[in-house]
Unconditional design. Structure first.
Length: 377
């Protein structure tokens, strides 16, 4: 939603070109909603969703921890005021020298999903804590995270045993149920997998303590999504069902759910045309597309709400495209997007729910277009 603060900012500053405006008040509300929904879980904000220094500083001041995917993100979190104890290096794919640099910065919690990665951590960060990521099926997620990360639970047992053998602290299990996860019960099977690994390790004398339940909490795009509270309830019930009274320490790593609805992109209509006199659909070209920050429209996975000043007029479906000379730069075509028939060149459009996974996906100078500018207010 474009908040009044965002609308006022755009009206008074009138920034030229496409830009993202992020309202920190919404980020703060989201943080409190997560804290309330899962009061016993530590929040590790997934920096990749939006690493703007103002966002990181706010979250650090509210007591958030940080899930970082690279040394650069670790440095950003430290710069924002987090201590190294509050940082997890959550990427399962790391160069050994990056693990070493993270350890030198004081980070001592690392994600792994195979013995090969455990060996790197054991060499580069001796004595560190590691958690092993298990695969999930990603069902119910609009932006699934596929089979790239994690291993099957049976392998997680070997991975954590290897960690212990190599002098690391085998701490627990992590998983990610897929981003924009609309099913509040999606965590249940993975929590069951975690319990299975906890038991197997206990039989070998290793006591795991941590379940990192990842991100996946959705933001509102065109459809309503359940509130954080509903996710909290479902997750807590699953933890109870699988772990009984011996609840593990838990972590959540919200990214999209923390910042998605805090941002709005202001863009402009560059061209409205048709491909033939009988073409059913208009083509509407904006000054932002897949390479300007809207990469999550890939396969039309994420459908952003788009607001114009002419929304009271008759709506007709359009093919919506970006401004670059690349035919992949089409946002919505398989399922055309309804926009007012009166929409014209020069009109401003607001693309809502764009606080997450936009600025960091913008290309640097593809076709000579600047990366997406951001204002955090
Ligand atoms: C390890 C990890 N944690 C958390 C997140 C954040 O997920 P989401 O934005 O769905 O909350 C991601 C996203 O890719 C991730 O890879």
């Amino acid at each position: 939603m474009a908040t009044q603060r965002i609308l006022d900012f755009l009206a008074t500053r009138r920034p030229e070109g496409p830009c993202l405006v992020v309202d920190l008040d919404i980020v703060e509300n989201n943080f409190h909603a997560f804290r309330k929904a899962l009061p016993d879980s530590a929040i590790f904000y997934a920096v990749k969703a939006n690493p703007a220094p103002e966002v990181l500083r706010l979250l650090a001041s509210l007591g958030s921890n940080f899930d970082c995917a690279s040394v650069a993100e670790i440095e950003m979190a430290l710069e924002a005021g987090a201590t190294a104890r509050r940082i997890s290096y959550g990427n399962t794919i790391k160069k050994e020298r990056d693990i070493e640099r993270a350890a030198a910065l004081g980070v001592s919690l690392f994600a792994v999903d195979c013995v090969e990665e455990v060996e790197k951590v054991a060499r580069a960060a001796p004595g560190a804590r590691v958690f092993c990521r298990v695969l999930t099926n990603g069902e119910g997620a609009e932006w699934p995270l596929s089979r790239k990360f994690g291993c099957v639970p049976a392998m997680a047992i070997d991975v954590l045993l290897a960690a212990a053998r190599l002098g690391l602290v085998a701490t627990g299990i992590s998983f990610h149920v897929g981003s924009q996860q609309t099913d509040t019960n999606a965590w249940d099977a993975a929590i069951g997998d975690a319990k299975f690994v906890f038991e197997a390790l206990a039989e070998k004398g290793i006591v795991l303590t941590l379940v990192n339940m990842g991100g996946g909490f959705p933001t509102r795009y065109l459809k309503d999504v359940p509130a954080a509270e509903a996710y909290g309830r479902a997750i807590f019930e699953s933890l109870r069902r699988h772990f009984g009274n011996r609840l593990p320490e838990t972590i959540i790593e919200p990214g999209r759910g923390m910042v998605g609805d805090a941002g709005v992109i202001k863009a402009e209509v560059v061209l409205v045309s048709r491909k033939s006199a009988t073409d059913e659909n208009r083509w509407v070209y904006l000054d932002i597309g897949k390479f300007g920050g809207l990469a999550e429209t890939m396969d039309e996975a994420i459908r952003y709400p788009i607001v114009t000043a002419r929304d009271a007029d008759l709506m007709e479906p359009c093919v919506l495209a970006g401004p670059t000379c690349d035919s992949a730069d089409v946002l919505y075509e398989k399922k055309p997007y309804p926009l007012p028939i009166t929409l014209t060149v020069g009109d401003e459009v607001l693309i809502e729910g764009t606080g997450a996974y936009t600025t960091t996906y913008a290309s640097v100078a593809f076709n000579g277009f600047e990366p997406l500018r951001a204002y955090v207010i």
